[in-house]
Design a protein around this ligand. Structure first.
Ligand code: FMN
Length: 312
């Protein structure tokens, strides 16, 4: 997820049990890779294998070049974005907007698969709009061209993020292709993951927004899928430790100024899942230094932990 799954967050999710993580999308226009934002997105230092990098764009030649260049920089999987409502990259359709043009989809997939020797995966939605759910056709085409696995978000491009994800089209795609399909959309916990896997027959589930501020969702889900047992919620001490380590990684990765800003977003997500956090959230958002962010989170958790111990 652009703006969310940066390297610190991906590494945390892997440690917490995610089987595979994918980079934020990088534009296929390599001329734009000199910006600080792109440079950080292209940095995979220390990441656990397999490193999967998502590329976005609408020009087959540029997508092929971007794939090759990412492999040269360490990508072990190239993922093509045809699933995100990014409208345009360089005045051309990109992301899920491509699904309307199946000829162009074919050209892009052929160009990228032909350009690299690592596996190429594809992320799509169920189709362009509800009247034209061409996800099955695109999936079959992708398999023919040599795509290794397919992630499908159970909404059409036109749906944006409205309504509920639907899994009938994903089930149909699973039944019509031989490559692994990852089901995606509104999976908020372990039990839902089990239901979606059973309903669709998919090889895996992919979790996005529900991992924001709750990276342990991967541990819980993996455990539940393997054993049928629910893990207890993490303790306040563990959440504190995870959050403080995450903060430290963000500050190191982005540097203090940008790190402090990006940390606000993540801390906001963690706090959303915790009771009585609203006023702290407001205070935290005013803090301007890395050290003060760290200290304030530490103190806030200390107070909660002490209160919890006194109440027990
Ligand atoms: C902030 C945000 C950024 C996203 N960026 C991307 C992206 O770069 N590439 C992509 O394939 N999907 C992107 N997505 C879509 C998600 O990968 C996922 O398909 C969608 O959120 C549905 O799954 P979820 O309900 O588990 O979040 C993004 C979603 C959000 C909310």
């Amino acid at each position: 997820m652009a703006g969310v799954t940066d390297r610190p967050f991906r590494q945390l999710c892997r440690r917490m049990g995610a089987g595979l993580v994918v980079s934020e999308m990088v534009t296929s226009d390599t001329r734009l890779w000199n910006s600080r934002k792109s440079r950080l997105r292209l940095d995979h230092t220390g990441e656990a294998a397999p490193v999967s990098v998502q590329i976005a764009g609408g020009d087959p030649g540029m997508m092929a070049d971007a794939a090759r260049e990412n492999v040269r920089r360490g990508a072990q999987i190239i993922d093509i974005n045809m699933g995100c409502p990014a409208k345009k990259v360089c005045k051309k359709a990109a992301g899920s907007a491509l699904l309307r043009d199946e000829k162009l989809v074919r050209e892009i997939l052929e160009a990228v698969v032909g350009a690299v020797s690592v596996p190429v995966t594809l992320k799509i939605r169920t189709g362009w709009c509800t009247e034209s759910r061409n996800g099955v056709r695109v999936a079959r085409m992708a398999e023919d061209i040599g795509i290794s696995a397919l992630a499908v978000h159970g909404r059409t491009r036109a749906c944006g993020y409205h309504g509920q994800a639907e899994f009938d089209t994903i089930a149909e795609i699973v039944s019509r292709v031989g490559i692994p399909v990852f089901a995606n959309g509104d999976i908020t916990g372990a039990e839902r993951a089990r239901e979606v896997l059973d309903y669709t027959g998919a090889a895996a589930v992919m979790i996005g927004r529900a991992a924001q501020g709750r990276p342990w969702i991967f541990r819980e889900t993996a455990h539940y899928l393997a054993t049928g047992e629910r893990l207890p919620e993490p303790s306040a001490e563990e959440v504190r430790d995870i959050l403080l380590a995450h903060l430290g990684e963000l500050h190191r990765f982005y540097g203090e100024v940008m790190g402090v800003r990006i940390a606000r977003k993540h801390v906001g997500w963690y706090l959303k899942t915790l009771a009585d956090s609203e006023s702290f959230r407001k205070t935290f958002f005013q803090i301007e230094s890395a050290e003060a962010q760290h200290a304030s989170v530490h103190e806030w958790f200390e107070r909660r932990i002490t209160r919890g111990a006194q109440a027990a």
